[in-house]
Design a protein around this ligand. Structure first.
Ligand SMILES: Cc1cc2nc3c(=O)[nH]c(=O)nc-3n(C[C@H](O)[C@H](O)[C@H](O)COP(=O)(O)O)c2cc1C
Length: 151
């Protein structure tokens, strides 16, 4: 059993729906999850989480959604070293944005690497114009992530 911190960044709710589906699957697999739409470093530091799973869409021109931006900024300001803690990133976007496709997830992944987190598998990108059911792609990725990150 693992205890997972799951920060979510979302503007119109798609990433929240995906995060809910992932939470359900993690709980079914016997894990505990805190899904947090107001993520903070204080909460990240509040428990010895076994893993961190970020689910975020991208907004603006490659920007992090407003509800996840404070967490991203706090990670830079407070620099909470992750000491090899496993993390994963599920990144939602739209490839018609081309250069900024899924950029928010890339930014989070980069920051967690800087903090010496360990990504057992690379982040997954979910393209709104390619898939009508983002949950399926995310759940497929989760299966692999669970096997390696929570083993
Ligand atoms: C105003 C706006 C700006 C967006 N900018 C980007 C972008 O720069 N890159 C990207 O990959 N997707 C972009 N998207 C697409 C969203 O990330 C995608 O539709 C996502 O599934 C929305 O998830 P959410 O409802 O959780 O916010 C944008 C969408 C909107 C409405």
């Amino acid at each position: 059993m693992a205890n997972i911190y799951l920060p979510v960044g979302s503007v119109t709710g798609t990433a929240i729906a995906v995060a809910n589906a992932l939470t359900e699957a993690l709980i079914v697999a016997g894990h505990e999850v805190l899904l947090d739409i107001n993520a903070s470093v204080a909460t990240l530091n509040s428990q010895p989480w076994d893993a961190v799973l970020v689910v975020t869409s991208t907004t603006g021109q490659g920007d992090i959604p407003a509800n996840l931006l404070p967490f991203y900024a706090q990670l830079e300001e407070q620099f909470p070293l992750q000491n090899g803690r496993p993390f994963g990133v599920v990144s939602l976007g739209d490839s018609s944005y081309e250069r900024t496709f899924c950029n928010a997830g890339a930014l989070l992944e980069e920051r967690l690497f800087e903090l010496q987190g360990k990504a057992p598998i690379p982040r997954v990108t979910i393209d709104a114009i390619e898939t009508s059911n983002p949950d399926d792609d995310a759940l497929c990725w989760l299966k692999e992530w669970m096997e390696v990150a929570l083993a």
